[in-house]
Write a protein that binds this ligand. Structure first.
Ligand code: NDP
Length: 328
């Protein structure tokens, strides 16, 4: 089967030469292991961090090893009691058409309720990040105003819809008129500000007449500053991501004084450190998707060889919704 390894660490923007596609033999299964044919690979911003050698919350991805990645697929061989051939399973099998994992590291997936790919998006890690940051950090009350950046993306789209379901006014920030139209018309946000239109602060002010009580931050830099400038007293900020600084750009917070005068609280989080809440959160998210109350959009690249370009596209904002690679 084919896989993609990290060939070289990026210096600046990620490039095709950072990756290498290669063929490998299917390994024999040890006791407890499961062989999965991956149907979808998820491309996520965190992979950019793993490609770099810089210190972070998780160790770097090793050179010449399969690129890390969340996958969903179907069991083709099993030496684990909980998995039978034909079962659907999610795991971290990486940028590869197949993979072996210990059964204890795989999650069995029910595709009778929601499609398989959704377990990589709204009912998977990105959805859980949205659920955690919104419910555990922002803890919104009915009638409050919530701002979320990268609003059309995998995480942001879920944040806004969950906040709407809790009776909030929800304002997104996204790049370009098409994304903003999607955020308003398909996802049902009250407003969406196009930061590429060049007047983010004024447009965000117009969209938040009652100020901002919760900020779900995915980007950082000017986006965060604009939201801080609109904050109300005792506002909460869930710092989920800083994709605006992924290529080493500095992201100073100009409005730091507002943190003090408005007595704001800001908390960063890493969703994989809260596994105890995943069963509860994922169950809610899957149920909402199944009931049609949580909408999702996918941008799907075809075939493993397309993964590097699709990943570079994700880091340039070319995706709408969840970026996936369809492998079969
Ligand atoms: P998205 O699907 O939102 O895709 C990334 C989007 O970021 C792009 O489409 C783009 O949308 C937006 N963006 C804004 N500014 C930039 C920029 N300067 N460069 C590139 N893209 C930019 O990704 P996810 O929903 O998967 O992730 C969103 C954020 O959440 C990321 O920061 C990620 O690291 C973080 N995250 C954190 C987790 C945690 O545990 N803390 C878990 C999962 C994700 P636009 O065109 O609108 O600008």
């Amino acid at each position: 089967y084919q896989r993609i390894v990290l060939a070289a660490r990026p210096r600046g923007p990620v490039a095709e030469q950072n990756f290498r596609l290669e063929s490998v033999a299917v390994p024999a299964l040890a006791d407890g292991e499961v062989l999965v044919r991956n149907h979808y690979l998820s491309l996520d911003p965190y992979m950019r961090g793993r490609m770099s050698a810089a210190k972070s919350y998780a160790a770097s991805q090793a050179l010449d090893h399969t690129m890390i990645g969340n996958t969903v697929g179907q069991v083709v061989a099993s030496r684990h009691a909980d998995f039978a051939v034909g079962d659907y399973a999610g795991g971290l099998l990486g940028w590869a058409e197949m993979g072996v994992a210990d059964g204890s590291l795989l999650r069995k997936l029910d595709i009778s309720r929601i499609p398989l790919s959704v377990y990589l998006g709204a009912a998977g890690m990105p959805g859980m990040a949205a659920w955690y940051g919104l419910n555990q950090i922002i803890a919104p009350k009915t009638g409050e105003t919530i701002v979320v950046s990268a609003a059309s993306g995998a995480v942001g789209s879920v944040v806004g819809q969950l906040a709407k379901l809790q009776g909030c006014r929800v304002v997104g920030i996204a790049g370009g008129p098409e994304k903003c139209a999607h955020v308003r018309e398909v996802l049902g946000f009250d407003a969406c500000v196009d930061y590429k239109a060049g007047q983010l602060e004024a447009d965000l002010a117009a969209a938040t007449p009652d100020g901002v009580d919760g900020i779900f931050e995915n980007v950082g830099g000017a986006t965060l500053d604009a939201a801080l400038a609109r904050s109300n007293a005792f506002g909460r900020i869930a710092l989920c991501g800083l994709i605006g600084g992924f290529n080493g750009q500095e992201m100073p917070i100009k409005n730091s004084r507002i943190l003090l005068i408005n007595r704001l609280s800001l908390r960063g989080f890493i969703v994989t450190e809260h596994m105890d809440l995943w069963p509860q959160g994922l169950e809610q998210l899957a149920a909402l998707v199944a009931e049609g109350k949580l909408k999702y959009h996918e941008t799907v690249a075809a075939g493993l060889a397309a993964a590097p370009q699709a990943f570079m596209g994700l880091l340039q904002g070319q995706n709408l919704g969840k970026q996936l690679v369809k492998l079969i």
